[in-house]
Design a protein around this ligand. Structure first.
Ligand code: SME
Length: 155
């Protein structure tokens, strides 16, 4: 997977877009088009102590994830990327789509470094996300962070 090109495409896609939802919607669409073997990709946004469904591509999903719940809630609470090869072995995994087998959740931060959202990517294949995928998608996440919550345009 050529992440360097995808990073450039993401940067170009979000440049000059002065709306957060528009940026996150297009970001999820680009990731959905670019990543093979995924069945869901999108954002959960922190509000009132929970994570709320944001722009995404895939089947209808859980609307609200309570603090610490599921892979998304655990990654957000720990402020750490969670790469789960088999979601069925993850205690408390929330099965929004029963087709999901593996998952990558990357916390996203505001300009002060506080976690404000997660990028959640699900796959119908066990062990879909390698270390290289995690590194590449973390770089993409930084690009999204900068555009949407940093000094980018999507404010
Ligand atoms: N699987 C996630 C829930 C969100 S959806 O899969 C879209 C989790 O356990 O955090």
């Amino acid at each position: 997977m050529e992440y360097e090109l995808l990073i450039q495409q993401m940067r170009a896609l979000l440049a000059g877009v002065e709306d957060q939802v528009a940026c996150l919607a297009n970001a999820s669409s680009l990731l959905n088009a670019a990543l093979p073997n995924i069945n869901w990709v999108g954002f959960y946004l922190a509000k009132d102590g929970a994570l709320w469904l944001g722009p995404f591509q895939g089947a209808p999903a859980c609307v609200r994830i309570g603090a610490g719940q599921g892979v998304c809630g655990a990654a957000f609470a720990a402020d750490q990327t969670f790469r789960v090869g088999d979601v069925h072995s993850f205690p408390g995994h929330i099965a929004c789509d029963p087709a999901s087998r593996s998952e990558l959740v990357i916390p996203l931060h505001d300009a002060q470094g506080a976690p404000v959202a997660v990028l959640d990517i699900d796959s119908p294949v066990y062990g879909r996300f390698s270390e290289a995928d995690e590194a590449g998608l973390s770089a993409i996440a930084k690009e999204i962070e900068r555009a949407v919550w940093g000094n980018g345009a999507c404010m």
